[in-house]
Design a protein around this ligand. Structure first.
Ligand code: SOE
Length: 381
């Protein structure tokens, strides 16, 4: 097994999910490569040191440029706020590194285009972390659609509901709450949560060609954790949009951080001419499936427990025994396994930066539509 040294930039929630994945992957997947946790990078030296010690990184770096240009590093993993993705990824591409970047790809489409150009010019493997594609039940839904089990698709519906910003006392900016600061995040729920739904939807159901959206910012001012001052809130707290897909189906998407009682309720439902499927992140190992092809008297929703082996249920043969489930953390293990498998095969691993640019385009069109109060078309690249 060839070792690949990982340089992790950022040490928050996503830094932990990715680090855990690198540590687990060779125990469960037979791969040509072994990721080695080489260096952790961040500005707060005490916090980076604590993170590095906890996860087993052998060194710490304060300046990401040093890490990106280090000959010791093979994979640059970008787990910092969105406003830093482009600069780091472009430098990493120029330095010839493989890149795994957290979602969303960029702050906007213009930045995203520059990132795509950089990785394609350098010819480096690149992947954006839309991890929910790699939940076995979500991947099974994709297989059923591709096999034509649903027939023609009529409707795609997705929600991502949270409730953690209802209190006006939650600050914006700083570690943990940078997602509320437009300068660091670019947008609110559109880039943070709907981007997941859009990525999965376009993967399963093809391109979104036009959108009509509305957004709202319920709390207009919040204390900024860095400046210590009350500042206007520039992100969308909630966003809902409807859309058309290239295959003729209609889409409905909603996301908010003000749905009291919901912590991370990501759900989708797809209705086709032969059947429907639905999925719910709170019950992530199940896929609900209705087949109109069943005899009438037996027709009804089935709940598939997506834990079987033998290739029927994506990824599951790598885990325990049939019937025993896995969870959120394992979607990141699958992501690393797929990435390293693609690197070995010298093939792209989706969603590449180019794939993620398509999601970025939809996000930007959603925000433009909400601002204008108009339908916005999305041109194919
Ligand atoms: C925000 O709360 C968040 O952590 C997102 O940033 C993640 O991408 C999502 O998977 C869960 O919610």
């Amino acid at each position: 097994m060839k070792k690949l040294n990982v340089g992790m930039i950022g040490y928050g929630f996503m830094g932990r999910t990715h680090s855990n994945a690198y540590r687990q992957v060779n125990a469960f997947f037979d791969l040509k490569y072994q990721p080695v946790l080489k260096a952790a990078c961040g500005r707060n030296s005490a916090a980076v040191k604590a993170f590095a010690d906890q996860w087993g990184y052998t060194s710490c770096v304060a300046d990401w440029r040093e890490l990106v240009n280090s000959p010791d590093i093979d994979i640059v993993d970008i787990c910092v706020p969105n406003n830093l993705h482009a600069e780091i990824a472009i430098a990493a591409a120029k330095a010839g590194k493989m890149i795994l970047c957290e979602k969303p790809l960029a702050m906007n489409v213009a930045e995203g285009r520059r990132m795509v150009a950089a990785v394609e010019k350098a010819g480096v493997p690149n992947l954006v972390s839309f991890n929910y594609r790699r939940v076995p039940a979500v991947a099974l839904a994709k297989r059923l659609i591709d096999e034509g089990k649903l027939g023609r698709i009529f409707h795609y519906r997705a929600n991502f509901l949270q409730d953690w910003t209802i209190s006006p006392d939650v600050p914006q900016g700083g570690a943990g709450t940078w997602r509320l600061d437009a300068a660091a995040a670019g947008s609110g729920v559109t880039g943070d949560l709907l981007a997941h739904c859009i990525d999965t939807a376009q993967w399963q159901n093809g391109a979104i060609t036009g959108v009509n959206a509305m957004t709202e910012t319920f709390v207009k001012e919040r204390l900024h954790a860095v400046s210590g001052k009350k500042q206007p809130v520039g992100i969308d707290d909630a966003c809902t949009f409807f859309c058309r897909f290239a295959n003729g189906s209609l889409g409905n998407f909603e996301s908010t951080r003000y749905a009291c009682g919901h912590k991370a309720l990501y759900t989708f439902e797809i209705n086709g001419e032969h059947g429907s499927i639905r999925w719910d992140l709170h019950d992530l190992h199940r896929l609900e499936w209705f087949s109109h092809c069943d005899p009438g008297r037996e027709r009804g929703w089935r709940s598939l427990h997506v834990t079987d082996h033998g290739g029927d249920h994506p990824y599951m043969e790598h885990w325990w025994v049939p019937g025993l489930q896995i969870g959120y953390a394992e979607s990141f293990v699958h992501q690393v396994a797929d990435f390293l498998t693609a690197v070995a095969a010298k093939k792209p691993c989706s969603p590449t930066f180019r794939d993620a640019l398509q999601t970025q385009k939809v996000c930007e069109a959603v925000l433009a539509s909400a601002a204008k109060g108009q339908w916005v078309e999305i041109a194919a690249e």
